[in-house]
Ligand binder design. Structure first.
Ligand code: FES
Length: 147
């Protein structure tokens, strides 16, 4: 029997990362099936009570849900990826976030925005104003809001 929760496969977006890319629609507290996450380990999920969240799973199997907007230049974090050390990396200038508390652990990278003093200031702001976090759990293979 087909699972009607499975999203249709879609091509990689060509939209700039400051825009949502067709977020998955949550069903009540059910956000996304773990099996539906691709190799990036995170997806955008539109919820009724929390707006669009970046929802994913760390390499150790821990699920997470955090605010979807980067503290640097507003890229959508659900379009990024989960790193080997379990951080959420922005899809634009690769700042990294600790998904347990929403803080930015490293600032933007690259020739322009990776300029060390600038990147350090952005990271300090990202620590002072962390992403929102929502408590989640995995129930029957689905990442679900805990309450
Ligand atoms: S928008 Fe996220 S690091 Fe620049």
């Amino acid at each position: 029997m087909a699972d009607d929760r499975a999203p249709a496969p879609r091509p990689r977006s060509v939209l700039p990362p400051v825009l949502h890319d067709q977020p998955i629609r949550a069903r009540g507290r059910d956000l996304v099936r773990v099996a539906d996450l691709d190799e990036r380990g995170v997806a955008e999920v539109r919820t009724d009570d929390h707006g669009v969240l970046a929802v994913g799973i760390r390499p150790d199997g821990t699920p997470f849900a955090v605010g979807n907007t980067c503290r640097h230049q507003l890229a959508k974090l659900g379009r990024g990826r989960v790193t080997e050390n379990g951080c959420l990396q922005c899809p634009w200038h690769r700042s990294e976030f600790d998904v347990t508390d929403g803080s930015m652990v490293s600032g933007p990278k690259g020739v322009i925005f990776g300029f060390p003093p600038y990147s350090a200031v952005v990271a300090a702001v990202g620590r002072a104003v962390p992403l929102t976090t929502a408590q989640v759990e995995i129930v029957d293979g689905v990442i679900r809001l805990a309450h």
